[in-house]
Structure formats: structure tokens, C-alpha cells
Design a protein around this ligand. Structure first.
Ligand SMILES: Nc1ncnc2c1ncn2[C@@H]1O[C@H](COP(=O)(O)OP(=O)(O)O)[C@@H](O)[C@H]1O
Ligand SMILES: [Mg+2]
Length: 276
């Protein structure tokens, strides 16, 4: 039997903004969600892969930023690993759409940067960075500067950098949104392979239905104005998954179902992407 506890617990979270004209924007209203932490019989932590899916403007980034401790709810509670969130912390790693490596540091120095700040000894830093750079397929590029690399490769650096800090939760905000379709697919598969070998839970934001169905154990489907969760959907496909899954009838059927849920959700701006 697996035992489960909440890694992220969000209870009745609301976030209201005001426009420069003073108009009230209810970015999120009464959002409840839980990301669980599962332990196998051997005691191995097997964190879940959760996706938050919804149209642009439904509050996905706002929610992720609040879990990261970069913003606070107007009301409600966010608890990570049993502790109420009051600010950023080492237990949460974040990967954004925009490439965020330091341009003046090499790939290896970027991956080691956080460990250095945290006082990890040099030999251990070198060992960890080599392992992670290899895992993301960049061993040949360890000593180059990130801005000489393609977008997909720069996002691999960001993923390695985040994993180096051994967060228990990784928060990813449309990390592959700026990549071309082919690179995006390759990155999805790479992420699943790496995640399989780590202990962390992932909360991944996207507005792309195919990406959500391919990656997730469960999908939180959101609607906008106000941003709220309309369904918590289980994705039943076995792991490990490979890109051939995207060709299967069951995959297309689930994509259609999810798209239907998004269409029927109130406030959809018509900007959800489906690629079949
Ligand atoms: N700092 C802010 N000030 C005012 N409105 C904001 C701010 N941040 C987000 N919003 C508004 O909140 C809503 C949700 O935004 P966001 O979380 O960025 O959505 P998503 O990531 O799903 O596209 C939008 O209507 C957006 O304009
Ligand atoms: Mg966003």
C-alpha cells in the first residue's frame, strides 16, 4: 500500500488585483487543490506530475507565483510540505518560460550556482553538475555560455539548475511555450525521463491540451473570470510514456474530452491550443 500526504495544499485561495483605473480583477476565486506525495512500499518518494491547464489570463501564473512565495493570496491558505507559505524557499524550484540562466556564467557554472550559494563543497558540486548536465544531454556544452545555445538547450540548463537544488516540488510555468513543436515534444519526453529518476513532485502550467495529457498524472482544468478549477482529471496512461502515445486513439479521445471541458468552462477566451 502506498501512503499519501499533501505536498501542496491550497484552501479557498482568492487573489484580487486592481487595474490602474481601479477596476477589480478577480484573478482567482475559491481555488482548492492538493498535490500529493506518494511513497512506494520501499519508502521511495514518488512525487506526482500535476498539470494546471487553462486559457491565458485564467490565473495560472498567479497561482504558481503564490505557491512559490513570490506573491500572496488576498484570502485563503497555501501550505507546502506542511508549512504555510510566507516567501520563497529551497523546497520549491521554479522554471519559467523565459530563459533565466546567467549569461556571464557557463552552463556548468549556472548549474552549480545555487549549490555554491548553499555552501555545497566543490567536489560534490562538480559531481552533481556533471550528472545533471549529462541527464539533460548537454555534456558537450558544459563549458559554453548559455546565450550561444538554442532555446531548447537553454531550457535544459534551467531544468538542470533547478534540479541541482534538490527541491521537493518543481513549479514550471509554460517552460516549453517559446519552443518550436519538434523541440517542445523532445523536451516533454526529456522532462518525463528526468522526473522518473528524481523524487520530486512537479506542478506544470500550460495552455496546450496535448502537452497536459501527455505529461500529467492528473490535470487541474481551469476556467477564467474568475479563475477557478472546474475539474481534477486523472490521466490513466501507463508510464514510462513515449511520444508514440500521442498517436493512440485513447490519447486523442482524452484530448477531445479535455478540450470539451475547457470549451464548456465559463470565461474561455478561445485561446486554448489543441494540436491533433
Ligand atoms: N500584477 C497584476 N496586476 C493586475 N492584474 C494582474 C496582475 N497579475 C495578473 N493580473 C491579472 O490576473 C489575471 C490572471 O493572470 P495570470 O495569472 O498571468 O494568467 P495566466 O498565467 O493564466 O495567463 C489576468 O486577468 C491578469 O491580467
Ligand atoms: Mg501565465
Amino acid at each position: 500500500m502506498e501512503t499519501k500526504k499533501a505536498k501542496i495544499a491550497i484552501h479557498k485561495v482568492c487573489r484580487t488585483f486592481y487595474s490602474p483605473k481601479g477596476e477589480k480583477i478577480e484573478a482567482l476565486k475559491d481555488v482548492n487543490l492538493e498535490v500529493e506525495d506518494a511513497f512506494s512500499p520501499a519508502g521511495r518518494d514518488i512525487g506526482e506530475f500535476r498539470v494546471l491547464l487553462g486559457p491565458s489570463g485564467c490565473g495560472k501564473s498567479t497561482l504558481l507565483r503564490m505557491i512559490a512565495g513570490l506573491d500572496q493570496p488576498t484570502s485563503g491558505e497555501i501550505v507546502v510540505n506542511g508549512q504555510p507559505v510566507t516567501g520563497p524557499g529551497k523546497d520549491r524550484g521554479m522554471v519559467f518560460q523565459k530563459y533565466t540562466s546567467f549569461p556571464w556564467l557557463t552552463v556548468r557554472q549556472n548549474v552549480e550556482y545555487g549549490m555554491k550559494i548553499n555552501g555545497v563543497p566543490a567536489t560534490q558540486r562538480a559531481e552533481t553538475s556533471s550528472r545533471l548536465i549529462k541527464a539533460v544531454g548537454l555534456s558537450q556544452f558544459a563549458d559554453v555560455y548559455p546565450d550561444t545555445l538554442s532555446g531548447g538547450m537553454q531550457q535544459r540548463v534551467a531544468i538542470a539548475r533547478t534540479l541541482a537544488l534538490r527541491p521537493s516540488v518543481i513549479l514550471m510555468d509554460e517552460p516549453f511555450g517559446a519552443l518550436d513543436a519538434q523541440t517542445r515534444s523532445e523536451m516533454q519526453q526529456l522532462l518525463l525521463t528526468i522526473w522518473d529518476e528524481t523524487a520530486c513532485a512537479i506542478l506544470f502550467v500550460t495552455h496546450d491540451v496535448e502537452e497536459a495529457v501527455y505529461l500529467a498524472d492528473r490535470i487541474f482544468i481551469m476556467s477564467s473570470h474568475p479563475g477557478t478549477i472546474v475539474e481534477d482529471l486523472e490521466v490513466p496512461f501507463n508510464r514510462p510514456r513515449d511520444l508514440e502515445l500521442k498517436e493512440r486513439t485513447e490519447f486523442h479521445e482524452l484530448q477531445h474530452y479535455v478540450l470539451g471541458r475547457l470549451k464548456s468552462a465559463p470565461g474561455l477566451g478561445g485561446n486554448v491550443r489543441v494540436s491533433i
